[in-house]
Design a protein around this ligand. Sequence first.
Ligand code: ATP
Ligand code: MG
Length: 436
Amino acid sequence: MERLQALRGMADLLPRQTTVWQHVEEKARQHFRRSGVGEIRTPLLEATALFARGIGEATDVVGKEMYSFQDRGQRSCTLRPEGTASVVRAAIQHGLLSQGPQRLWYMGPMFRYERPQAGRQRQFHQVGLELLGLADERSDVDAIAMAWDLLADLGIQGLELQINTLGTPEDRRCYREQLVGWLEQRMHQLDPDSRHRLATNPLRILDSKNKVTQDLLGEAPRLLETLGKESRERFDSVCQLLQALDVPFVLQPRLVRGLDYYTHTAFEITSDQLGAQATVCGGGRYDGLAALLGGPPTAGMGWAMGLERLVLLLGQHGKTTSPHVVVLNRGDTAQVRALVLARQLRQANLHVELDLSGATFARQFKRADRLGGRLAVIIGEQEALAGVVKLKWLHQAPQSGSDLNMGEEWTVPAVDVSGTVQRLLAGEPQAEPTPV
Ligand code: ATP
Ligand code: MG
C-alpha cells in the first residue's frame, strides 16, 4: 500500500528539533513576561473576510497564498496566514480596546500556500507582539527593542534592523500617485509581476526581487521626500529614540512590507546567515486596522518573527536532556517493582528512564550509558525479593565524601530509594536541576 506522507510544506518536528524550539519559545515567553505583555490565543481558523479586509485583497497573502475553503455550513473559512488581524478582531470582540492600552503576544502556526524552500513553508510558526492603543513614538521603539533584544538574547548573529516610514494614509496616497505616474512612463522596463502590481498594489513594486526593476527603482521618487511635516518629525523621533537605546539601524527607503494596513514606522530585521529568506522579523505601525475591522479607531504597533528561520539560525540540532536516573531491571518480580519505583521517582520530580527491554544487565548498562544517565537504580530478582535496590553512578564521579563512590554499588532498602537518590544527586556539584 502507498505510504502516506505529510503534505508538502508541512513539517514534522522530531524530539531532537523540538528541544531547540522549546528553547526559543521559552526565551520569547521570558521576554514578554518581563515586558508586561500578556499572551493571547486565537483560533487557527477564521472567517475569510477577516483577512480579505484586514490584510487587503491586493496583497500576495490574500491574493494567492491563503488556505480557504467552505465549511459544512457553507461559510468561507481560512487558516490564518498571520496573527495581527485575528488579535485585533479578538480585542474588538471582547471589548479590550475600551480598557486602555493592550500589550499582547501570540505564538503558533500560520498557513500560506507558498513554494516551500529552506526557511519557507506552508505551515510555519510565528511569535508576534501587538501593542494596541499606544500611538506615541516611544511604543514603536519599545516594540522594536523587544524584538531586537529577544534575537540578541537568543545569540543570533549578523542581524540588521532596517526601518522606513510609510507616513499617514494621506502621505501614502500622494506618494502612490507620484510613483504610479513615474512607473507608467517606464512600463516597458518593468518585469511582468511588477507591471501587474502597478494596477493592484503599486507600493509593493518597491520590494520587487527582480534585479532590473530594483536598478530602475534606484531613480524613483522617494516616499521620505513626499512625507508631510508631522510624519517626518515622527520618523526622526523614532530614529533618535532607537539611538538612545543603542539599537543600530539602517534606513531602507524601499521597505514597504507586504500587508496593506501599515502606517508610519515599518521595519524588518534580517540576518546575513539566512540566504534568500533573510528576514527573521517584520512589523510596523497599523493605526487604521481596528477601524477597518469595525472597531473603534485604535493605534497599533507590532511585529512577527518566523520561528523556522530562528531555528535555522540556531542550528538544527539541540541536545536532549539526560535522565537523572535510569532504572535497570530484569526478572518477573523485579519488572513490576521497577515500574512502581520509576513512577515514585518521577513523582519526586526526577527525570527517570525505565528500561523495558528485559535484556541482560550488561546491555541495559550500555543503553543507560548512551542516554547519559547519572545514576543507575538496579533491581534484579534477588533484590526484588529482598525488598532492596542497588545504586551505582553511571557517569560523573560524585564529590568525595558522598555515600557512594564511582564504580561502587550500594544496596539500600527499596522503601526510601527516592529520598536516597535525591540526596545523592543533590550532593553532586553539577546537579541540575536540583531535585526537590
Ligand atoms: P517574506 O518576504 O519572507 O515572504 P513576509 O513579508 O511574507 O516575508 P510577514 O508576513 O511579515 O512575512 O511575516 C513575518 C515573518 O514570518 C517573516 O519575516 C518570516 O520570518 C516569517 N515567515 C513569513 N512567511 C513564512 C513562510 N512561508 N515560512 C516560514 N516563515 C515565514
Ligand atoms: Mg511572504
